[in-house]
Each structure stands twice: as structure tokens, then as C-alpha cells.
Design a protein around this ligand. Structure first.
Ligand code: NIG
Ligand code: FE
Length: 428
């Protein structure tokens, strides 16, 4: 019987594979794994062959191929993996963006009732179905820009009822949308105004066990920061998370370095996130560990700050890094991975291949999907984006434009820009 193939994609001018068996570090990060004139074949959602077009055409000449797509010289790369988002929220806080530009700091805005506290107030009021629908529409835009997997954190409920509301919404998004969604419980995002003193105890003794019981989250995250959760509280909460079976993540060194990175590494966290103010000691701890540093360049940008995480130093010291948007209603309301990649290049000194590997394969490892997605390799999911460009470096270089024209999840087209071939600049 002839072999069957669900999808045969041919004619990629550059097939960017981002291939890796484990998170890429140091000099490896700069290899995009390009196949010129590339092609790939998918069956049952998984890549079964990858190589150049002539080779694959020959290989499957006698096969029964359901769908053949010729991308006529365009760039094909793995779907973006966004490993740090707060995409479930009631509404944007765009007025705070203006306030920051006028000179107010994130912490000042927080003090006068803005920031996370304001989103918490609104989230507690919003109906669950409406929260779902708003979030679903936001995610549709992310899919169109080429995101095929993402992580979403809770953390605007700050009580058991509303944290569970958020986690249920995340679970529903995961059931309804054609992307992989990894859920993170972030009850320790802030202390709620009604109960700052008793909150750590509540998180440790009631919220963590109850969320664990529901199975609604794979990871747990905490905002370890001056004035939010100190080191001792962070340790208590992370240890409770670990004891209840969660993988650990932590927001560390965002505004002040208080030792969060070092602590999270010591506790075996999967990732530490932000790292804007990471110290030489933090870099040393991270580079000697399996923990992945998730950097959020679009947050510095959205905060109108000129201070970025030291990506270059981290890579050169051997730490594994990933890139994410941090998409949230306040500090970065942009869900664009290409924008985050572009800022990582121009402001953090990563070369395009480093930024793209960090935003695909390393990002997948940082949310436990490293064996499933993030690179175009035999055995992984057929998750890819077709870009209407000829050189992958145009993605960061031609910033502010979205060049994605086709997005596939497990070998199935989940979005296509209608009529793109007629208007294309490629191959004219
Ligand atoms: O990752 N740092 C803490 N939390 C978010 C901000 C969320 C918000 O402003 O609503 C962050 O940037
Ligand atoms: Fe965050």
C-alpha cells in the first residue's frame, strides 16, 4: 500500500528549522538550522520528513498525498512559542502607558490604584463567559501572527474563587483553540488589598492544594520583588508549589535584584522571568543550571524604559534563554512575538538567529513542550508559519509589519491571509 502523507510543503526559500535536542546555549544559539529550498511532510500532526524540495518530491512521488502546498520561495519557520503571557484579563490599561511616558513609574502608578490592583478589581467583577470571549479574541490575533503554542498565567484574581475563574478560562481556551496552551497558577502575583498580612498563609495552605486538586495548572509562578513577595515568602510559596507537584517559575530581578533568581535556581525552577536587573551572581547561578531565563524585551519597551535584560551577557555566559511577550493589560499590551524578537535584536544585542531560536525552540523547553514543538524536526508537531519574505532576518529588521501569511498547527492550516500571493513582494 502506498504511504500516506497529510501535507507536503514544498519550495521554502529558507526553511528555518531551529533544530535542537535540548535548550540551545552559547554559540549554538546563533545557528538557525537553515535548509535552502526546503520542504517538509506531515502525517497525523507530526513531521515525518524534512529536507530539500527535490528530495522530498521524489521520496513521496508514489505516496498518497492529501495536500500539497508550494510556498514559492518564502520563509518557513516553526510557529512562535510564547512562554510568558498574562493573556486572560478584563481590559487594557492604555492610560497608564501615557502616564509612564509623562514620567510616572510603574510603582507610582501602582500606588495610586493603577497597575495589577486595578486589573484585579475589574477581574473580580467580570462574568466568566465574557472573560473567556475577550481572551479568545485576543488569542485569535496571536494565532494570525504565527503563535502556535503559549503559556498563560492566572494572577489577577488573588482569591481562590477568582483564580479558579481565570484557570477555568485558560482551560476552555485550550479546549477550543487550535494551539497548545500551558497553564500557570500565579496566585502569588501580588498581595490582595483586603488581606496582605494573611495572604502568604492562604496561598500556601489553601490555594496551592486546591488548585493542585483541580489539575488546572501545570506550573506555578510568583512575583519575587521588593514590596511584593520577599525572599522568605517566595521560598515558602515555591516549596509548597513543589510539594504539590507544580513545576516552578518565578518573576525575578524585574525592578530590584533581591536574590530571586538565585533562590529559584536553587529550588530547581524551570524558568526565571524578566531578569532586567539580574546581578553577576544571578548570571553565574543561572548559567550553571538547567533553569531557563525568559527575557521580555517588549516589557522594557512598553514601560518606556531604556533598561533591558543583559541578554548578550547571559548567552555568552552559557545560560539558556528564551524570549516571550509578557502580553498583559499594563506593562506590555503587545502580543507580538515578532516585535519582541525585533527589540531583542536592536536593544539587547542578539543576532536574528539567536532571537528566533530563543522565541521558538528554547521557549518550548521553558514551558515543558521541548520534545513536542518549537523546531521543525522529524517527530515534532507540524507547527509552522509561512512568512512573505525571502530572508528570515527581515522578521526583526522590517519591524512593525506582520509578514505572516499562513499558520499551521499539527500540519493543518489554522489561518491564511486571503489573496496574499497577488500582493506578494516575493519572487516578483
Ligand atoms: O510580568 N511583573 C509583574 N507582572 C506583570 C505585569 C502585569 C500587569 O501590569 O498587569 C509582568 O510585567
Ligand atoms: Fe509577567
Amino acid at each position: 500500500m502506498a504511504e500516506t502523507v497529510d501535507l507536503l510543503l514544498l519550495g521554502a526559500g529558507q526553511l528555518i528549522t531551529c533544530r535542537a535536542e535540548k535548550p540551545l546555549r552559547g554559540k549554538q544559539l546563533a545557528d538557525p538550522g537553515i535548509i535552502t529550498g526546503g520542504a517538509l511532510a506531515v502525517r497525523d500532526g507530526r513531521i515525518i520528513a524534512i529536507g530539500n524540495s527535490a528530495e522530498l518530491e521524489k521520496k513521496f512521488r508514489d505516496s498518497s498525498v492529501s495536500d500539497i502546498i508550494d510556498v514559492e520561495g518564502r520563509v518557513v519557520m516553526p510557529g512562535w512559542v510564547d512562554p510568558h503571557t498574562h493573556a486572560v484579563f478584563p481590559g487594557y490599561r492604555a492610560d497608564e502607558y501615557e502616564a509612564r511616558i509623562r514620567g510616572d513609574s510603574y510603582l507610582e502608578i501602582e500606588k495610586r490604584g493603577g497597575g495589577i490592583k486595578r486589573t484585579v478589581k475589574d477581574l473580580r467583577k467580570i462574568d466568566e463567559d465574557r472573560l473567556y470571549e475577550l481572551s479568545r479574541r485576543r488569542l485569535l490575533k496571536m494565532i494570525r501572527s504565527g503563535v502556535t503554542s503559549l503559556e498563560i498565567k492566572s494572577g489577577y484574581g488573588l482569591d481562590i474563587e477568582n483564580e479558579l475563574k481565570m484557570l477555568r478560562v485558560i482551560s476552555r481556551l485550550s479546549d477550543q483553540l487550535p494551539v497548545d496552551i500551558v497553564s500557570t497558577f500565579m496566585g502569588a502575583h501580588q498581595k490582595p488589598e483586603e488581606n496582605p498580612e494573611g495572604y502568604v498563609k492562604l496561598v500556601v495552605e489553601e490555594m496551592i492544594p486546591e488548585v493542585a486538586e483541580t489539575g488546572l495548572a501545570r506550573y506555578m509562578d510568583i512575583f519575587c520583588e521588593k514590596g511584593v513577595f520577599d525572599l522568605e515568602e517566595t521560598r515558602r510559596i515555591m516549596e509548597a508549589g513543589k510539594a504539590n507537584g507544580f513545576g516552578l517559575k518565578a518573576h525575578t530581578d524585574e525592578i530590584y535584584a533581591i536574590g530571586g533568581t538565585e533562590l529559584a535556581v536553587e529550588l530547581g525552577a524551570v524558568s526565571v522571568e524578566h531578569l532586567t536587573r539580574i546581578t553577576p551572581g544571578g548570571i553565574k547561578a543561572l548559567s550553571g543550571s538547567e533553569t531557563i531565563g525568559i527575557l521580555l524585551p517588549a516589557t522594557s519597551f512598553g514601560l518606556a524604559s531604556s533598561h533591558f535584560a543583559p541578554a548578550r551577557k547571559l548567552v555568552d555566559s552559557g545560560a539558556a534563554i528564551a524570549l516571550a511577550t509578557d502580553f498583559n493589560p499594563g506593562s506590555n499590551p503587545s502580543s507580538s512575538m515578532p516585535l519582541a524578537v525585533s527589540i531583542a535584536c536592536s536593544q539587547m544585542g542578539l543576532v536574528p538567529a539567536e532571537a528566533i531560536n530563543a522565541a521558538t525552540v528554547n521557549a518550548a523547553w521553558s514551558i515543558g513542550l521541548g520534545t513536542e514543538t518549537g523546531s521543525l524536526m522529524v517527530g515534532k508537531k507540524g507547527d509552522f508559519v509561512v512568512y512573505d519574505i525571502e530572508d528570515y532576518r527581515e522578521i526583526p529588521a522590517r519591524a512593525g509589519l506582520d509578514h505572516s501569511v499562513m499558520v499551521a498547527k499539527e500540519g493543518r492550516m489554522i489561518w491564511e491571509r486571503k489573496g496574499f500571493r497577488r500582493e506578494s513582494e516575493v519572487g516578483v
